[in-house]
Design a protein around this ligand. Structure first.
Ligand code: PXP
Length: 255
């Protein structure tokens, strides 16, 4: 019997885009990210992820307050490494903060953090958050130098940016990106960083990422929320988790 906690990846469901739908009509209270999160948890999500952006384009401060009270698994708050956001994290006390780069004009988080270039500022924020007993993960490109820098900065974990793999066209390019992810994941676990992955993962590519056995957690938003519009949140979450777990079981069986 597999130990589900250790060997099967935890599914973090990002509910930002439930809020995106609501914010399209700014004076309506629906759909509720908290209701979506509760359904996701019922269907097997082991974490709820939200990104409180500086421009508050989807998740609002009230959403964070409500989710803090209602999430029964783990709350992962994605945020920029700013003093204002650190104060918000101190109040909300999520189980984990994922530090991400943020640019106002981007559609979604485009690249990983430059941990090497911002080492000293990040170290300060990481120390502050860890002092408040909040685990800290850094969202980085699958680059060994960035992973090493994350370790040196004192992070608990890295979330490897899977966007380049998800967008790669053709088998050779996909294979090259998968190799980068594998190498970065191996290095992360060797340095005792917890290793997570996310961005751009959908129902047809999750298998490749989940097969990397070092990856303990997948954070997936857009694909799940889009599918939920058609089949409902619980089914959308269950399908994603089942695909990820089946791929992981197969990868473990081949080791
Ligand atoms: N992980 C991080 C750090 C992100 O910024 C995002 C996007 O908000 C995700 C995961 C989820 O990406 P997607 O919505 O493409 O699944």
């Amino acid at each position: 019997m597999l130990n589900a906690k250790v060997l099967l990846p935890r599914l973090g469901v990002n509910v930002d885009h439930v809020a995106t739908l609501r914010q399209q009509r700014q004076n309506v209270p629906y759909p509720s990210p908290a209701a979506a999160a509760a359904l996701a948890e019922l269907a097997g999500a082991a974490q709820i992820t939200i990104h409180l952006r500086e421009d508050r384009r989807h998740i609002q401060d009230d959403d964070l307050a409500i989710l803090r009270k209602t999430v029964s698994t783990r709350l992962n708050l994605e945020m920029a490494a700013t003093e204002q956001m650190v104060r918000i994290a101190f109040d909300a006390k999520p189980e984990m903060v994922t530090l991400v780069p943020e640019r106002r004009e981007e559609l979604t988080t485009e690249g990983g953090l430059d941990v090497i270039g911002q080492a000293s500022a990040l170290k300060t924020v990481i120390t502050e958050l860890k002092g408040a007993e909040i685990a800290v993960s850094l969202f980085v490109d699958p680059d060994v130098d960035q992973v090493q820098a994350a370790y040196r900065a004192g992070a608990d974990a890295v979330e490897l940016h899977t966007g380049a793999f998800c967008e790669a066209k053709g088998q050779a390019a996909q294979q090259a990106e998968l190799d980068r992810l594998r190498t970065a994941a191996k290095l992360a676990t060797k340095t005792k960083l917890n290793c997570y992955a996310g961005h751009g993962i959908h129902y047809d590519n999750v298998q490749h990422i989940a097969a990397i056995t070092e990856i303990e957690e997948l954070n997936i938003g857009h694909a799940i929320v889009c599918r939920a519009v058609l089949v409902g949140m619980e089914k959308a979450v269950r399908e994603m988790r089942d695909l990820a777990w089946a791929a992981r079981r197969e990868a473990l069986a081949q080791r």
